[in-house]
Design a binder for this molecule. Sequence first.
Ligand code: KG4
Ligand code: ZN
Length: 341
Amino acid sequence: TRALTILGIESSCDETAAAVLRLEDGRATLLADVIHTQLEEHAPYQGVVPEIAARAHAEIADRTVAAAMKQAGLSYAGLDGVAATSGPGLIGGVLVGMMTGKAIAQAAGKPFIAVNHLEGHALSPRLGNDCPFPYLLLLVSGGHCQFLEVRGLGDYRRLGTTIDDAVGEAFDKTAKVLGLGFPGGPAVERLAREGDPKAFSFPRPLMNRPGLDMSFAGLKTAVSRAAAEAPLTDTRLANLCASFQAAVCDVLAGRARRALEGFDPGEGEEIRFVVAGGVASNQAVRTALEAEAAAFGGRLVAPPLRHCTDNAAMIALVGAERLAAGGIEGIGDLGAGARPR
Ligand code: KG4
Ligand code: ZN
């Protein structure tokens, strides 16, 4: 089959990213992969501020795309299409990315492909790893927390989701009440290594409930209450982090077990369980999920951290796979609008 070269743009949260990807015989090669994170701009506010994000995207989107094209050594004429995240996400950033992508596509006379951000995460394990369809996916980031069955391109089934906070959000809020800064995940994980996971017995919400929905808001409240009971010594802080992380791991592992029980990859197919999103970089979470996959004779696949968190390579991949599948005709999705949800 013909090789396809796609420019991808991602700007739905606090990363401005552009990537150039080449898809040939079902194999993806990255020619460029640029990610600008705005973490420093948002850190003083302990969270992502939409207005600051929108301005930052508007300021650096053009430069980010130019840097990716330069890295790939291509002009726009060398592209077969342009893909950009069309949602869900913060509307200001999504608009910047889409308008940039549409303008380039229009000027170069190439199809534009509007990509759902979650579909990007869903296909991200296919960027580097050998990860054919079908697979079970747990997407755990600051904004998303869901189990998906990924059966093929465009063939996704949502099995369960959080009914309140996303897991990353729970890490961030817990870090905030403990005074650990933003983003909280890495700080909580670091301190948890020194602590006793059994020091506090925090709730495991919905653990034994049927279905695959999850809940994390109560956990944050429990940590906050426990933190207020006595002065926060170093030991106490580490114990709170370790106990919180243990509860998160138990909940995710319990739900993963249920998801794996219900997952049928088909006759003779290996059981592939993918974890993606920022929280997938947490070693304790990975270890807990690895054990569940192994218990079912399966394999846990975790994309490298660079492609777990928000990136444009996954957006370019979705664009390329959709174009290769023949789902895009003429100017493509030039009429598509930006969607916050
Ligand atoms: O995927 P991501 O970069 O952005 C979203 O799309 O949300 O995920 C960011 C989230 C943040 O909530 C952050 O605290 C969490 O992932 N995170 C972690 C770790 N590293 C990042 N959570 C737990 N442990 C970590 N090591
Ligand atoms: Zn994301």
